[in-house]
Design a protein around this ligand. Structure first.
Ligand code: TTP
Ligand code: MN
Ligand code: MN
Ligand code: MN
Length: 403
């Protein structure tokens, strides 16, 4: 009887955007392996293979319990031969031999460290690897020409590779809100990215900024950036202006997944006192909130450092601030729902939404608009719910978009 229950067969729809994938993953032993192989493929310019592994992982993430037998995978979508081989290996041996070999591979190890530098992509990392550079020390000594982003990335490597906590994200959120309201009182700031999906940590903090009156968001970003810069909050920033109107793609039909909003890739300097203040019982009490009992615990959690950086680590005990990657995006209110949906992620969820739109509905979805290729019209939406409805999909809450 228990055996039959063990071998319950799962049923999963083909597109990740049709599934509810919470952070409660019962198959991390498999999905960690598949994600690592996806990363290996992406570092080898095998993007198709990378997506295949990510889709396979997203299927396992959606299952209500741990896979214990290959039989249970019968009929599941997106599980190709290669992914099945990896799962079988783990079921039989506890680990995947391919994963083990990959983590010992010199090129993989070096490219992971080098692409871990903000501003360094696969192409650059691969060139450095071929020039014999394997780690940060060798990179610093060989002194290749670095652009401004890469210099900042190298300088703040340890901080930027330390997970950002939700408390830190909230502290940054208060600063961003203050900046935005100072230069445009009716503007609105929304937390997007992984933190909007309920994640407790992230590699950066993402914000979407808009104004309730169409057009009033124009020119906002430079003002926000100079407000932040003049107060010493920015260690690095690169702003790109909105290129949506002048693009030749036509709205809703962008040539790439990159959207065209005015945006700012930045590195914030977050004071540790600022973080503490954001959670200090007195500070909360001033605002009429109840003091939280776990304040000390959650703050001490910030001090943890990832061991992968330990070789380059400086003693950080007396450093009073840390660097945090922050993305700011400005959207006109008419495109806000699309921007919010597009910037909430996960990346695979977004990819699957667009694939669903194109293949199943003959529609083109971007972070700006939704275009119906049969009717030749734009489909307006004021909320994410309306976009899902246009696409003929059940609404999926952000917490369940963790594909
Ligand atoms: P990320 O910040 O890269 O990822 P994340 O927030 O899901 O996870 P992490 O905790 O590691 O930060 O991207 C967030 C979303 O923004 C993602 O769904 C895709 C979207 N996005 C764009 O639309 N255009 C872009 O150029 C980038 C970089 C991201
Ligand atoms: Mn569960
Ligand atoms: Mn993010
Ligand atoms: Mn981001």
């Amino acid at each position: 009887e228990t055996n039959e229950a063990e071998k319950v067969v799962f049923s999963v729809p083909s597109y990740a955007c049709q599934r509810r994938i919470s952070l409660d993953n019962h198959n991390t032993i498999f999905t960690d392996a598949l994600s690592l192989l996806a990363e290996k493929a992406e570092l080898s310019n095998e993007d198709g293979r990378g997506v295949a592994f990510r889709r396979a992982a997203a299927v396992l993430k959606s299952l209500p319990r741990t896979v214990t037998d290959m039989e249970q995978l019968k009929g599941l979508p997106c599980l190709g031969d290669h992914s099945q081989r990896v799962i079988k290996d783990i079921l039989e041996n506890g680990v995947s031999s391919e994963v083990k070999l990959t983590t010992q591979n010199e090129r993989f190890k070096a490219l992971k460290v080098l692409t871990g530098i903000f501003g360094v992509g696969t192409k650059t990392a691969d060139r450095w690897f071929r020039e014999g550079i394997r780690n940060l020390t060798q990179l610093r000594n060989s002194a290749p020409s670095l652009n401004r982003a890469q210099q900042a990335g190298l300088e703040h490597y340890d901080d930027l590779n330390q997970a950002v906590t939700k408390d830190e994200a909230d502290a940054i959120g208060e600063i961003v809100e203050k900046a935005v309201l100072a230069v445009s009182p009716r503007s609105e700031v929304t937390l997007t990215g992984g933190f909007r999906r309920g994640k407790l940590t992230g590699h950066d903090v993402d914000f979407l900024i808009t104004h309730p009156e169409e057009g009033k968001e124009v020119g906002l970003m430079p003002k926000v950036v100079s407000w932040l810069e003049s107060r010493g909050y920015l260690l690095y920033q690169k702003t790109t202006r909105n290129s949506y109107l002048e693009s030749e793609d036509g709205p809703g039909r962008p040539s790439s997944n990159m959207d065209r909003f005015e945006r700012c890739f930045s590195i914030f300097r977050l004071e540790k006192t600022e973080r503490l203040n954001a959670k200090k019982p007195e500070a909360l009490a001033e605002n009429g909130a109840q003091p939280q009992e776990d304040v000390t615990c959650s703050i001490s959690g910030h001090m943890q450092l990832q061991d992968k950086d330990s070789q380059d680590e400086q003693p950080t005990g007396d450093k009073l601030w840390r660097a945090v990657r922050v993305d700011l995006v400005v959207s006109p209110i008419s495109q806000f729902a699309f921007a919010l949906l597009g910037w909430t992620g996960s990346k695979l969820f977004e990819r699957e939404l667009r694939r669903w739109a194109g293949h199943e509905k003959a529609m083109s979805l971007s972070s700006h608009a939704l275009y119906d290729n049969n009717q030749n019209i734009y489909l307006r939406a004021a909320s994410e719910e309306e976009i899902f409805a246009h696409l003929g999909l059940e609404y999926i809450h952000p917490f369940e978009r963790n594909a």
